[in-house]
Write a new protein. Structure first.
Length: 202
């Protein structure tokens, strides 16, 4: 093997290692964080959407071009950046949740994607998974689907409200998990949060 061939081989291996680190390793976190716009985490005090009866703040997410959105969240919730650009993580008194952009394959519909890929994955990964409800919704004129399911952790039962809202590019998925004992009293608040979601560049 001559020196030129060896050099090309070494460069190819190095390129593959770097690509792997950026796609799956610790560098992927930096890549995702690089797309998070600091302005997306600054709440705007607002009363413009009156169907939330408690003090709330408006968040305008500007992380991913063509997928700008706004969401009004209670001021008592702790809101932070999610794992990827275009997402939030929330903690509230009775539970926690995430708001995140999600890609739906071009050869699928949102509903088919949920039923053929998302729910089967939940059945494999969520301990004690049991579907409670599934329904089609309309949120601010957008096609939406809501999956409610039960899970268990540390001998405690939880209920999760997982809502998918179609967009012109990506979809949004909002996931809120609450202790079973608090779920019914929290549902109306969670639904009011969902109804205040808006795509801003449709």
């Amino acid at each position: 093997m001559n020196k030129k061939v060896i050099l090309i081989f070494i460069l190819t291996i190095i390129s593959l290692i770097i690509l792997t680190l950026f796609s799956f390793g610790p560098l992927s976190i930096r890549r995702n964080a690089a797309g998070i716009n600091p302005l997306s985490l600054k709440p705007i005090q607002t009363a413009e959407r009156s169907n939330v009866s408690i003090a709330s703040s408006l968040y305008r997410n500007r992380d991913v071009r063509e997928n700008y959105y706004s969401i009004q969240l209670p001021q008592s919730w702790h809101v932070s950046a999610g794992k990827k650009a275009g997402s939030y993580a929330v903690i509230f008194s009775s539970g926690n949740g995430t708001i995140a952009l999600i890609d739906v394959p071009d050869n699928s519909t949102l509903e088919l994607f949920i039923l053929s890929q998302q729910e089967p994955q939940l059945k494999k990964t969520v301990l004690g998974y049991r579907r409670i409800d599934y329904r089609k919704l309309s949120i601010q004129g957008n096609e939406a689907y809501q999956l409610t399911y039960q899970s268990s952790k540390n001998k405690k039962i939880y209920e999760t409200l997982k809502t998918y809202i179609a967009g012109s590019d990506q979809a949004i998925v909002m996931t809120f998990t609450v202790k079973q004992s608090s779920f019914n009293e929290t549902t109306s608040l969670l639904n009011s949060v969902l109804q205040n979601f808006r795509w801003e560049n449709k």
